[in-house]
Design a protein around this ligand. Structure first.
Ligand code: ME8
Length: 544
């Protein structure tokens, strides 16, 4: 039934519903959206999942602080995420909420499978837990405060509270009877997996980090909480005198398969799951790679399921050298920036200026510079000048290309060459998650088109009736370059691209399903009406 389709399933983390979305969560979601849009334009059958992680102690606490029940709290905040993604033109296919009944049922089926396979056992947990990160920390990972009697047993150090090695906030000491997943059993399997599949995790630095962590050995993982009510019940404890809820990460990770039919029970769901899984890529921030590259693949393997093809971890957005986060009070909301830069200005800046995979500093100054330089000057101005020249010299219609009447037109040939190479360059960059590199390659064509217009000076050619053919060729070629640029930038700046295509008298770039074929040179029909329109981007002043 599905032989002809080519599934491209990609996911973002499902975010904690402890506050409204900020630039960090928007960054991951945007990167996934740009990839999803790009793959759709290549004809892939894309399925794009994002959503919310609604259980756990942290969400429960945020709700209590707001005087609400956890369910009221998540119901109140969930639309704020959906609205933010809409504002950013994020075109996802499914929005997961882990309080959804179908997800809960399938998570329980997954846990039961591991329990029946003997991969889950009961034991005692004693150690440190970071509530803001919902993370257990091994003693070897944390630094005890000076006065705590170094090297002693963790339990004896209960009085002195160490900080989380990740977020630096105080840890909690937890001692309870829990259910454990035999994570340590999968250490060698995971080492082999990452050694033999270099594409399984990117960038390479992160893969090396995971490999060295694995080589230092794994502990089994507590997957339940005795005293946290806001979670999915562990099915075999539900009717016992010690009912437990699932550790929030265990529940959350499974969303990647419950979203595509795992455990739902119908034949259609099973087929959907068989078709969509394994995921092509899980997008994550570098803070959550251990969950995605160690715990999740071990869980999948224990359940007899295939592993995701790639987990790709990007770096942190920094402002003034610090990680942007709600607790540091330096988190900005996307709306503030969209007001100023527009949705496409926003999307372009984050994809172009921050290298995907490493930490990136963001600043108002850099945003204004990119906006004015790349968008208002290079791209917006190219369209305005060119479209108004076509209005002036060709009565507002695309002229016909006259053939190679001026053999000396090396710049015209160079422009076509830049366009011809673009598909391979963009494909290569996108396959490496190098969004900035892809945009830079596209900008080579924008720059070449500007240069061509400048060097061939259509305003001079227009004065000489003998040069009418040459004028037609210069204008046609530059219009064609704009069409090609609009196609390639559509994944990043969908609205602007569709607007440029419409000004060229063409259908939307975002509807293209064979980018390579659509971007082949020479497809702009002569005679199309060309509309100048308002400036695509209005220059801005920096506020700093
Ligand atoms: O970890 N820069 O949710 P979360 C870049 N619920 N990205 C950032 C960022 C920053 N300063 N701050 C946050 C969770 N992010 C779990 C996930 S998945 C099964 C469960 C992004 O709300 C980045 O993607 O804390 C990071 O990994 C994620 O938000 C953490 O989101």
């Amino acid at each position: 039934m599905t032989a002809k389709r080519s599934s491209y399933y990609l996911t973002t983390p499902i975010y904690y519903v402890n506050d409204v979305p900020h630039l960090g969560t928007a960054y991951t979601t945007l990167a996934a959206d740009v990839m999803a849009r790009y793959r759709r334009m290549l004809g892939h059958d894309v399925y794009f999942l994002t959503g919310l992680d609604e259980h756990g102690q942290k969400v429960e606490q945020a709700a209590t602080a707001a005087g609400m029940t956890p369910q009221e709290w998540v119901d109140d905040l969930a639309p704020k995420f959906a609205d933010a993604w809409k504002m950013l033109n994020i075109n996802y296919d499914v929005f997961m909420r882990t309080t959804d009944g179908a997800h809960k049922k399938s998570v329980q089926a997954f846990a039961a499978r591991l329990y029946e396979n003997g991969d889950i056992y009961s034991g005692n947990y004693e150690g440190w837990y970071c509530l803001p990160d919902e993370t257990y920390w091994a003693e070897s990972d944390i630094e005890m405060p000076e006065d705590s009697g170094e090297g002693g047993d963790v339990a004896q150090n209960e009085g002195a509270v160490p900080n989380c090695p990740d977020c630096n906030r105080p840890l909690q000491f937890v001692r309870e009877k829990n259910w454990f997943f035999r994570l340590s059993k999968y250490t060698d399997f995971l080492i082999d997996h990452y050694e033999n599949n270099p594409q399984a995790m990117g960038p390479d630095t992160r893969r090396n980090e995971i490999l060295s962590f694995l080589r230092s050995g794994l502990h089994d993982l507590s997957i339940s909480r005795a005293n946290v009510e806001w979670g999915i019940p562990l099915p075999w404890t539900e009717d016992s005198d010690d009912p437990q809820t699932m550790y929030v990460w265990f529940d959350a990770l499974i969303n990647y398969i419950t979203a595509i039919g795992f455990g739902a029970g119908t034949e259609a769901d099973d087929e959907e799951f068989a078709y969509r899984w394994p995921a092509q890529v899980h997008y994550v921030g570098k803070d959550i790679i251990r969950f995605h590259c160690i715990i999740w693949p071990a869980m999948l393997h224990a359940a007899g399921l295939a592993l995701p093809k790639t987990v790709y971890a990007h770096g942190f957005l920094l402002t003034k050298g610090e990680k942007m986060s709600k607790s540091r009070g330096n988190a900005m909301t996307p709306a503030e920036l969209v007001d100023r830069f527009g949705v496409d200005g926003y999307r372009y800046y984050f994809m172009r200026d921050v290298s995907f995979g490493v930490d990136g500093s963001i600043s108002d100054e850099a945003m204004v510079q990119r906006f004015n330089g790349d968008l208002a000057n290079d791209w917006g101005n190219l369209c305005s000048r060119l479209f108004s020249m076509v209005g002036k010299y060709c009565e507002g219609v695309a002229p016909a290309y006259v053939g190679d009447i001026h053999a000396e037109d090396a710049e015209g040939a160079a422009l076509r060459d830049v366009a011809a190479e673009l598909f391979a360059r963009v494909e290569d960059a996108m396959n490496r998650f190098d969004y900035s590199g892809a945009l830079n390659a596209i900008w080579d064509l924008v720059r070449a088109a500007n240069r061509y217009l400048e060097d061939s000076a259509p305003w001079g050619l227009a004065k000489d009736p003998e040069k009418a053919d040459q004028l037609a060729n210069v204008l046609y070629s530059t219009l064609e370059a704009c069409r090609v640029v609009a196609l390639y930038t559509a994944a990043t700046m969908p609205e602007t691209s569709d607007e440029v295509m419409s000004r060229l008298g063409l259908g939307p770039a975002t509807a293209v399903i064979d980018l390579e074929a659509a971007a082949k040179w020479g497809q702009l029909p002569a005679g199309n009406t060309i509309r100048k329109g308002d400036p695509l981007f209005q220059r801005l002043e920096s506020t700093t």
